[in-house]
Design a protein around this ligand. Sequence first.
Ligand SMILES: [Cu+2]
Length: 444
Amino acid sequence: MNAHNHHGHHVPAPPSEATAVEQPSNDPRTVRIALEARETNWEVAPGVTIAGFGYNGQVPGPTIELKQGVPVEIQFTNRLSEPTLIHWHGLRIPASMDGTQSTQRPVEPGQTFTYRFTPPDAGTFWYHPHANETEQLEKGLYGAFIVRGADEPIVDREQILVLDDVNADKQGRLAKFGGFRERHDGREGDIRLINGKAEPQLTIAAGQIERWRIINASSARYVRFSLGGVPFRIIGTDGGLIEAPVDAAEVLLPAADRVEILVGPFAEGQTLTIDSLRYSRSTMKRRGKERFGTLAVGPAKPSRAAIPTRLRTIEPLISADATPNRTVNFSLGVSLRRGLDFLINGETHHQDKPVKVGELQVWDVVNRSLMDHPFHLHGFFFQVLSINGKAPQFRSWEDVINLPPRSTVRIAWMPEDRPGSWMYHCHILEHHEAGMMGHFDVVR
Ligand SMILES: [Cu+2]
């Protein structure tokens, strides 16, 4: 392995090149995309330019928009001076295409790797590196990945909001990486971004209803999303649409989480703030309400929006009182050498037991620590059965769920026939890097 592998002694051996190659698609509909990671001057505000990294020279990277069930080939070239690879966050694709160091060799500088898969689900996903993540994501390597289904609600317009923050000074110089507070809290910054720009003004036409696909691409920040306190409707989460719209005035997005909402209609001339409300996740540095941007309501346009009262059906995998067959413990330990250890079942880079294809998994994911952690499962959606014994507000498919301090979150998921090496981890990138992750195999 290489200098940028932080995964310690429990990393499974990388597969041979042969197993990491999927056959080229013969499907004439196949979409071909070229992506390149390279050093990029990232202007977050007028005169504030960060020496960052971008996919195809932009932050966020190009939005990948595909149709459900249509194959894609993404030819990825690494023009950085360090190894990298791309994880397709939330996509239920073969293990060999998951884009981690457990499933493929990192793409070395100058090398190309072609990802081939067929997105099976409609929804709002994203892509980002799974090597030296703490630096590569902070520098701008991330992008939206949208998959459209055949039968989507009709809205007047769609906007994608990729939220992020960056820790840089007024000249755009990135703060030094590391240090005890950053290791504890995760890296947060005071430059708050929507689609790579600091506190932009978005627009909407009066009288119209828009679908917003919101992605939290921050390293660590939790966004308690609010649109000036006005109500909106939640229609989707990580794994696509939920069963019916849910009225809300705020929604919490831990790092890596996604939500889809309907906003509007509004009256012309209104200006709404796009904020993150105060949220304490027991960090050393506390944050109050902070602005990500504004929304200006322009002249009225007619609306053709048609939102069904029923969006889709999500069958429950199992009843909420199902008996768990596995417990995954998140905890913090004190280490003489490193100060703090971020642990799964008492160890860093935990090697967990395999799961069998077709055997329903009911896991108690337990947070024994006093701070929040966003739990992320690669490659499979889960349903949340309960949080501290209480059912969630609505049924959904998720790949990220917040673990509040001293909590038990019970999830259920089905290992479909996609054997190989998979993982789960805290999506606060600094905790992940510090070892808060588990590896397991899906076996036939
Ligand atoms: Cu964490």
